[in-house]
Every structure is written in structure tokens, then in C-alpha cells.
Write a protein that binds this ligand. Structure first.
Ligand code: SF4
Ligand code: SF4
Length: 176
């Protein structure tokens, strides 16, 4: 044991340091907030409840290709198609880890993670997201231009990002 450790042990210096920290905190501003009266500011791009995106005609963009379900590490997306359209689109939210892979994988920009985080419930079936609810989430949480801008702001790479870098050799085909 070093002299420094012996001094620490017999003078209780660490206990006094801890007590002084507690005393200082006692009179400083509280960091907790009184939810639900007060709410934190949610940063744009927060990964909350899912929504299925709609096009300008108000129809679901999803074509039911299943890429999102394939990439989902929790295997919580269930899709089926009938008559060339998405028949069933369901997300078992309780298994979701909000990784955002489904959004990244979708080639049509058809699924988003909205900023809504207030959807806890006492019944599991109320949290199980079905197609109609996911579509209505789009109207509720991604109104107007918000939905359009969502992908531009938060998700990369986009198709525009795949340009040819300056100076890179480009294949131009055989000259006839
Ligand atoms: S956010 Fe991740 S875990 Fe949740 S549904 Fe999408 S891919 Fe699956
Ligand atoms: S949300 Fe996108 S990736 Fe998933 S099934 Fe629909 S179109 Fe395909």
C-alpha cells in the first residue's frame, strides 16, 4: 500500500469529496422534467413510431417487395401481397430495436420512423401496428412537406449521391 492510499484510507477524504458533490447538487437546477406536463424537445430525425409513406395522390408507396422485412434484424415486419398489391403490412413494435434498417433498405421511400414516441399501452394488440394505422401515422406525424424532406435530411446515401467522382475513369464502350 502506498503512502497516498494510506492517507486516503485514514482521512476519509473520498467520503468528504462525495458529500461535497452531493451538497453542491442540492442547490443546483434540477435536470428532471415533469412529464407529461413538460416535454423534451425531440431532435429532428428521432427514430420513433413507424409510418407507411403515401404519394401525392394519397396512396401507399409500398409495393410489398419485402426488402424491409428481409433486412429487419428483429424479424418483426410481416408482409403479404395479393392481386399485385400489399395486402398485409404489420410491424410487431415490441420486438423492434429502431435500428432504421427498414427505412434504409426500402428502394421506394415507403417506410419512415416518425418522431412520435408516445404510444405506450397496456395491451399488446394496441401496439401491434397494422397497415391502416401505419398509413394514418403518415398523415398524423409527417404532414405536408415534412414527409418529403425526411428522406433528404436524414437518410444517406440517396440515388443523387451515386454520381461519378471527378477524375474517375469511365467505361464508354467500344468504338464501332
Ligand atoms: S427499425 Fe429495425 S428492428 Fe425496427 S422494424 Fe425497422 S428494421 Fe426492424
Ligand atoms: S416498405 Fe419498402 S422495402 Fe418494405 S415492402 Fe414496402 S416497398 Fe418494399
Amino acid at each position: 500500500m502506498t503512502v497516498r492510499e494510506i492517507v486516503k484510507r485514514f482521512t476519509f477524504i473520498e467520503i468528504f469529496q462525495g458529500m461535497s458533490l452531493t451538497l453542491r447538487r442540492l442547490f443546483s437546477h434540477a435536470v428532471t422534467i415533469q412529464y407529461p406536463k413538460e416535454r423534451r424537445h425531440i431532435a429532428p430525425g428521432f427514430r420513433g413510431q413507424h409510418a407507411l409513406a403515401k404519394n401525392q395522390a394519397g396512396q401507399a408507396k409500398c409495393v410489398g417487395c419485402g426488402l424491409c422485412a428481409t433486412i429487419c434484424p428483429s424479424q418483426c415486419i410481416h408482409i403479404s401481397r395479393a392481386k399485385g398489391q400489399v395486402d398485409k403490412y404489420e410491424i410487431d413494435i415490441l420486438r423492434c430495436i429502431y435500428c432504421g434498417f427498414c427505412v434504409e433498405a426500402c428502394p421506394y421511400g415507403a417506410i419512415v420512423l416518425t418522431e412520435n414516441y408516445e404510444y405506450s399501452d397496456y395491451k399488446k394488440e394496441n401496439i401491434y401496428m397494422k397497415k391502416d394505422r401505419l398509413l394514418s401515422n403518415w398523415d398524423k406525424y409527417m404532414p405536408g412537406k415534412k414527409g418529403e424532406e425526411y428522406f433528404k435530411k436524414f437518410w444517406r446515401p440517396m440515388s443523387d449521391d451515386f454520381g461519378t467522382p471527378t477524375g474517375q475513369a469511365v467505361w464508354r464502350g467500344k468504338k464501332q
